[in-house]
Design a protein. Structure first.
Length: 343
């Protein structure tokens, strides 16, 4: 592969992505992120990171952070990420993330970060009380990606703006320090039709770890009975299933359940609508529940097995951190040299 502008070889493709250890891993995290990680490992060298430094931008109880970190790792393994061919690790175990984030704090501009909608959403009306870390979160995300000169990042809708900022930071670093092409400008990897899983209690808000109602989400460690119960109780409207995609878009709760079915069955929404058009929600929910249990229950069982004796999980994290550091350390050495730090 050649970079046409300067005849230098293009950087080797490398994927970076992360999940926060903030508890309650759910179906949205699976369909929107982790399942795609499994597919990407067939094509790319991937780093999958449990981003504990990001997690502490909002308060995390120290006594549960370690358990949540192991839980995300267990989910990666249970979903089928291969820790031998890919790198699974936790962010705080590799110092390059925090080091490069500081450099990027000095490269990125306040105005750039001020435009980030996720900060506004997460800090809400209490911006003055939000941590500085929550504001600077996108700089750390840029560091996560660029500490490995990653070229591709699987992104959901909510992360697109942060990836654009990462590209701006890479470009500004390269320009400011007259180091053309030092950092690649990472590309988004959009995978198939966008999967944004919404709350089971309200089709207008996304399924989220922090939703106060456990019935709003299907957790990856819910057992078969709980999955079935949550789907049975999922909010719907009084009409039968929509007859067309156009109709579905006007009925958020119906649309969400159709989207979940389609994603789990790896079918298009259109096909699912055709299959169930005009049928009752009771019948549809039975089928959705069987499908969800078939896909998710084995993942939950494997996670429980791994969490019962987490030595293997800890070994995976330790080994991953060593291999991640081996990639990041020489890149950080170059960064320090380029900046002019005495070494
Ligand atoms: N509802 C969702 N549908 C599709 N994808 C989702 N993701 C999260 N929620 C949905 C994707 O999961 C990945 C990991 O997310 P994260 O751990 O970095 O945190 P998040 O995006 O903040 O996840 P939550 O569940 O929404 O947590 P809270 O409640 O803390 O805000 C990301 O790729 C994300 O897109």
């Amino acid at each position: 592969m050649e970079n046409k502008s300067n005849n230098r070889p293009a950087p080797a493709p490398r994927v970076f992505s992360g999940v926060q250890p903030t508890g309650n891993l759910h179906l949205g995290n699976y369909l929107g992120a982790i399942r795609n990680f499994v597919t990407l490992q067939e094509t790319y060298d991937c780093l999958y990171c449990v981003v504990d430094l990001h997690a502490i931008t909002v308060w995390q109880e120290p006594s549960v952070l370690a358990r949540h970190t192991r839980e995300v790792t267990a989910a990666f393994l249970a979903c089928g990420i291969d820790p031998k061919t890919q790198i699974i690790f936790n962010q705080s175990a590799v110092p390059a993330h925090a080091e490069l984030a500081w450099v990027f704090n000095c490269v990125a501009r306040m105005g750039w970060l001020g435009r980030m909608t996720q900060f506004k959403d997460k800090a809400g009306k209490h911006q003055q009380n939000a941590s500085v870390g929550l504001f600077a979160y996108p700089n750390l995300m840029a560091a996560d990606i660029l500490a490995y000169k990653s070229t591709h990042v699987p992104v959901g809708e909510d992360q697109k703006q942060h990836l654009e900022l990462c590209r701006d930071i890479a470009q500004k670093f390269n320009n400011d320090f007259d180091a053309p092409d030092f950092f690649p400008l990472p590309e988004p990897l959009i995978q198939g039709p966008a999967t944004r899983v919404m709350s089971l209690r309200d089709g207008a808000v996304k399924m989220s770890k922090s939703d106060k109602s456990d019935n709003a989400r299907i957790n990856l460690n819910d057992n078969a009975d709980l999955i079935a119960k949550k789907i049975r109780k999922a909010k719907t409207d009084p009409r039968p299933l929509p007859e067309s995609e156009e109709e579905a878009t006007t009925r958020p709760e119906a649309d969400n359940l159709i989207g979940i079915y389609a994603a789990l069955a790896r079918q298009s929404r259109g096909d699912v609508i055709q299959q169930f058009a005009g049928r009752s929600f009771a019948a549809f929910k039975n089928e959705l529940s069987d499908l969800a249990v078939a896909v998710l229950a084995p993942i939950g069982e494997e996670m429980s097995r791994l969490m019962a004796a987490p030595d293997h999980v800890d070994d995976v994290l330790r080994d991953g951190a060593l291999r991640a550091a081996a990639i990041a350390t020489p890149i950080m050495d170059d960064v320090k040299r380029i900046i002019g730090f005495v070494r």
